[in-house]
Design a protein around this ligand. Structure first.
Ligand SMILES: CC(C)(COP(=O)(O)OP(=O)(O)OC[C@H]1O[C@@H](n2cnc3c(N)ncnc32)[C@H](O)[C@@H]1OP(=O)(O)O)[C@@H](O)C(=O)NCCC(=O)NCCS
Length: 296
């Protein structure tokens, strides 16, 4: 078994994708979750974005992205990044048949070495007991999280009020980074260009009352940050109003700090459940904030 850095190649991105897909499928079965519907030919937009994300991180953080190889076959991966003093774990997976034998520990040690000197850390954790054990042993505080799912009941969308929401673009990246720094002490930097390229839309509030933004792709609202709960709730309502008819909404990794989001979800008829953890080290869960599991 060797542990080596992930290269910015299609072959490594594909290998990371395969091992992660196998690990998460096995996890879904073990915790009794429905398996995802079969992906469309070519893997669909999610697979394209995941492959591209591995290559993005292999470029921005080569020392944070590691593979385990056994006989030339990739059997595990850990992808992490450093953003202005915060270490972020974006992916952690080991082939189901090899789990529980210390491969994850080796990968996580290499990835965590990239975060040495970072006082803070964040990650979105699955319900895997093995993952929770690894993260707690690495000094993370585990905050159990809620998720909202279902069809948006448009009758529940209240009058938008007086806070205008606009579609955003690259011209607003400095604003997004400022909101990030205030909320989590670190900008997303190069990740905003990646997220913008792979989402359906970026929504922005930039008003006298405060600022905020969120990304929406289909029914998923991932990464929402705002300078007040009122603005955060306005952004989430707007994003949910824009979920295409017939698509399921998904807003996840909500700690109890994000009650403003829970209330918006309940207003529009989404179902509330629990799944996974937000794991943080050296910081509190940012609020009002919805993390992106792949970029936090
Ligand atoms: C999480 C994951 C990457 C860990 O890799 P791994 O190779 O299994 O990890 P290790 O063997 O190094 O460590 C697992 C630890 O959990 C323990 N463990 C394994 N299965 C467990 C279970 N069902 N319940 C409790 N503890 C368990 C192991 O004993 C070990 O602890 P120890 O080193 O203190 O003895 C791997 O299990 C996986 O791919 N899970 C599915 C995908 C996932 O959830 N990824 C994390 C996303 S946040």
């Amino acid at each position: 078994m060797i542990i080596r850095q992930v290269q910015d190649t299609a072959a490594d991105a594909e290998a990371v994708h395969e091992v992660s897909r196998a690990a998460f499928r096995a996890l879904a079965t073990s915790v009794g979750e429905p398996l995802h519907p079969p992906p469309p030919p070519g893997g669909g937009p999610h697979a394209v974005a995941r492959l591209a994300r591995t290559r993005h991180l292999a470029r921005t953080d080569p020392e944070g992205c590691w593979l385990a190889e056994d006989g030339g076959r990739v059997v595990g991966a850990a992808l992490s990044m450093r953003r202005e003093g915060v270490w972020i774990l974006a992916l952690f997976a080991v082939e189901p048949g090899l789990q529980g034998r210390g491969v994850g520990r080796l990968l996580l040690e290499r990835a965590a070495a990239h975060g040495r000197g970072c006082l803070r850390g964040m990650l979105c954790a699955s319900p895997s007991p093995a993952a929770a054990r690894r993260y707690r042993q690495a000094g993370f505080t585990l905050h159990p999280t809620m998720r909202l799912t279902g069809r948006v009941d448009r009758a529940g969308l209240l009058d938008p009020g007086d806070i205008p929401v606009h579609p955003g673009g690259a011209a607003q990246f400095h604003l997004l980074d400022s909101v990030d720094r205030r909320l989590r002490g670190a900008a997303h930097g190069p990740d905003h260009a990646f997220l913008l390229a792979h989402c359906d839309e970026l929504l922005i509030v930039d008003s006298l009352a405060g600022s905020g933004y969120c990304y929406r792709t289909g029914g998923e609202v991932k990464l929402l940050a705002a300078t007040s709960k009122r603005i955060a709730a306005r952004l989430l309502r707007e994003a949910l109003a824009r979920v295409p008819d017939g698509e399921e909404a998904l807003v996840e990794f909500l700690t109890a700090e994000q009650e403003w989001a829970v209330d918006v979800g309940l207003e529009v008829g989404l179902a509330l459940g629990t799944r996974g953890y937000l794991a943080v080290r050296g910081m509190r869960p940012p609020a009002p904030y919805v993390p992106h599991p792949g970029f936090l």
